[in-house]
Design a protein around this ligand. Structure first.
Ligand code: MG
Length: 241
């Protein structure tokens, strides 16, 4: 695969820490959105990203290695929280795409725990690839509220799975074939809470360059309110196989 990548993050207009972290290295593209008292959210997201770096250092890896590294990250968070009182209860989301090998062929493993998101943009169409692990997502699935109502619902920030829990979370890991011309947007909810899918798609259409697209998405989220930390990784697949 030939890839082009852009990364952008901002603390936003309200928060006094940036608890998001990201990694875009050697086929590993992830975003983590930390939560916890004091600076513990930052510790959680940084620890998880650090654990994912081990994956980036490997020459070859499969989808099972992605699952294994999520378990490792969960253990590291629990160990750290046990050793440091002020980190008690810290946690983080994790989502992204990782290039893996399945039966000798190059594939994407899409990984998700929590309510950060992976979108795929191709032929001018934007689709959310991950399924949010959130209370509001469950209410939408039950038909009790609409997607639009979910945006303003009091439970909108409650995640049903996160890294840093005992027992550890079951990560969603799905495998897909890379396609030339596709673009992935990996983001924290600081983007998706501020911008509807149509607005994200419009910005993507205006910026063919991956870094410019990432910068423009973060700028648009700040413009829309910037109520949370916002982090975006854009991955363009120039040529597949
Ligand atoms: Mg957030």
């Amino acid at each position: 695969m030939r890839l082009r990548v852009g990364v952008a993050t901002d603390i936003g207009r309200v928060r006094d820490h940036n608890e998001d972290a990201s990694l875009a290295e050697n086929g590993v593209f992830v975003v983590a959105d930390g939560m916890g008292g004091h600076a513990a959210g930052e510790v959680a997201s940084a620890l998880v990203v650090e654990t994912l770096r081990d994956l980036a250092d490997r020459a070859e890896r499969g989808p099972e290695d992605v699952e294994a590294v999520v378990r490792q990250a969960n253990d590291r968070l629990l160990d750290s929280a046990e050793a440091h009182r002020d980190q008690e209860g810290m946690g983080t989301t994790l989502t992204g795409v990782v290039s893996v090998t399945v039966d000798g062929a190059e594939r994407w493993a899409v990984v998700n725990v929590g309510d950060s998101r992976v979108y795929r943009w191709a032929d001018g169409k934007l689709d959310q690839v991950t399924v949010d692990h959130s209370e509001v997502r469950e209410l939408v699935d039950l038909g009790w509220i609409t997607r639009e109502q979910a945006r303003y619902h009091p439970l909108r920030n409650i995640v049903t799975r996160s890294i840093g829990t005992d027992p550890g979370p079951e990560p969603d890991v799905t495998v897909r074939e890379p396609e030339a011309g596709e673009r992935f947007v990996i983001c924290s909810d600081g983007l998706s809470d501020e911008l509807r899918d149509e607005a994200i798609a419009t910005v993507l259409g205006e910026h063919p360059d991956a870094q410019e697209a990432a910068d423009a998405l973060v700028a648009a989220a700040l413009e829309a309110g910037g109520r949370d930390n916002v982090t975006v990784v854009v991955v363009d697949v120039d040529a597949a196989g």
